[in-house]
Design a binder for this molecule. Structure first.
Ligand code: PLP
Length: 389
């Protein structure tokens, strides 16, 4: 049978504890969820500010639907460039303090589109070992030589820059807040190195947008590095509560991406209602900082609670707390037991994270309450007690 490999492959995944399956959420995305019919506390969402079901975003989408209809009908370069796409891009440029911005249909598409437009054969991309899969795929698509430096290791990054041929175009790419470890890249030092060796810097602010920096503009804004980072990518599907992504930078960068980025050119543009939600979400991020304060309060409370219970959280600094278990089967068993107690903390295993570092990826939201956090800590303590011999 030509498809016999499918069953074989699925069997192998199950044997190795790497089989994945979908869980179904009924109703809205909130701090609690109806997951596969069970009400659970949600510690597994990137909806950090709780905007995914915010009435202001819903209303913005409804108004855009009434005014512009549902679909955009074509790609941006054909007849799909609508007023709201450009309004959204102006909003992002002002938010990030850049000359221009360009919207992509998702963060995945942004990363593959930008990397393959900015680097090509004979160029060198230097990429952090823990960068997201979309960055890895973008490096592959670009056909540039990719130098993967150990996580946040500035010495190795510098060694890679030194080894790059003098004539090669060089690009350093890093997440600012790492998605699975919750730690921050040493961005000031990275930018210094880039300037010393004539390299460009591209950052992925998927998990920092809406959360870090003034107005939630991200880590680059927090560190005042706007003028020194050439490419700032961020997403709308996480803290900003809707869907899509942006790349902020110079006018020239925007024009080049419009001309060269295949994941921008060859795809139908986002529906206008999605852009309306993006605009509303940035306004909320700027005008209502109280959500970020609530999120930080929750982060402190849960981090301190877990540390008191002697759980190890690595170098995490933000709203992502990796509770490292190590062994994949043990990690998934921990997650299943928590779920039985009504706490959803997804186990993350290879290839999403390196072998031997399987973890519960706990994420916090501004809308979690004191009672939610108390319930979470109790469940973590109980499950650990049940699993220890
Ligand atoms: C660091 C990072 N970059 C990019 C993406 C992709 O963004 P999107 O979900 O909008 O495709 C994600 C997660 O999905 C991510 O965690």
């Amino acid at each position: 049978m030509p498809t016999g490999f499918i069953e074989e492959e699925l069997k192998r995944l199950k044997q190795e504890g790497l089989y994945r399956k979908l869980r179904r959420v009924e109703g809205e995305q909130g701090p609690t969820l109806i997951l596969d019919g069970q009400e659970v506390l949600n510690l597994s969402s990137n909806n950090y500010l709780g905007l995914a079901n915010h009435p202001v975003l819903c209303e913005a989408a409804k108004q855009a639907l009434d005014r512009y209809g549902c679909g955009s009908g074509a790609s941006r370069l054909i007849s799909g460039n609508m007023t709201l796409h450009e309004e959204f891009e102006a909003k992002v440029a002002a938010f990030k303090g850049t000359e221009a911005a360009l919207v992509f249909n998702s963060g995945y598409q942004a990363n593959i589109g930008v990397l393959s437009a900015l680097a090509g054969e004979g160029d060198v991309v230097l990429s952090d070992a823990l960068n997201h899969a979309s960055i890895i795929d973008g490096c592959r698509l670009s056909r540039a030589k990719t130098v993967v430096y150990p996580h946040c290791d500035l010495e190795q990054l510098e060694a890679g820059l030194k080894r790059a041929p003098a004539k090669a175009r060089k690009l350093i790419v890093t997440e600012t807040l790492f998605s699975m470890d919750g730690d921050e890249a040493p961005l000031v030092e990275i930018v210094d190195l880039a300037e010393r060796y004539g390299a460009m810097v591209m950052v992925d602010e998927a998990h920092a947008t809406g959360v870090f920096g003034p107005n939630g503009a991200g880590v680059v804004a927090k560190l005042g590095l706007g003028g020194r980072v050439q490419v700032q990518m961020g997403t709308l599907g996480k803290a900003l509560g809707s869907f899509g992504a942006y790349v902020a930078g110079s006018r020239g960068l925007r024009e080049l991406l419009i001309n060269r980025s295949r994941s921008f050119i060859y795809t139908t543009s986002l529906p206008p209602a999605v852009m309306a939600m993006g605009i509303a979400a940035i306004d909320l991020s700027v005008n209502e900082p109280q959500r970020r304060l609530a999120l930080w309060h929750n982060c402190r409370a849960l981090r301190e609670g877990l540390k008191k219970l002697d759980f190890s959280l690595g170098r995490s600094e933000g709203q992502i707390l990796p509770l490292i278990i190590g062994d994949t089967q043990k990690c998934m068993a921990f997650s299943e037991r928590l779920l039985k107690k009504g706490v959803f903390a997804q186990g993350i295993r290879p290839p999403t994270v390196p072998p031997g570092t399987s973890r519960l990826r706990i994420t916090l939201m501004a809308t979690h309450t004191h009672e939610h956090l108390h319930r979470a800590l109790k469940a973590f303590e109980e499950v650990r007690g049940e699993m220890e011999p």
